[in-house]
Write a new protein. Structure first.
Length: 49
């Protein structure tokens, strides 16, 4: 939180822990360049009034 009543956060979660398997290297070994990373990053900006 800064002096302008704004806050930012980076949220990172592992989609494989929630059984999202689509093109996941955690579940399938032979995906090659079709692999999608398991870590999902969300950058959040909040403004408080």
């Amino acid at each position: 939180l800064n002096s302008e009543n704004n806050a930012t956060a980076m949220l990172v979660f592992d989609r494989s822990k929630y059984d999202v398997r689509f093109r996941s290297g955690s579940f399938f070994d032979e995906l090659g360049d079709k692999l999608i990373l398991d870590d999902i990053k969300l950058e959040v900006a909040l403004e408080f009034n």
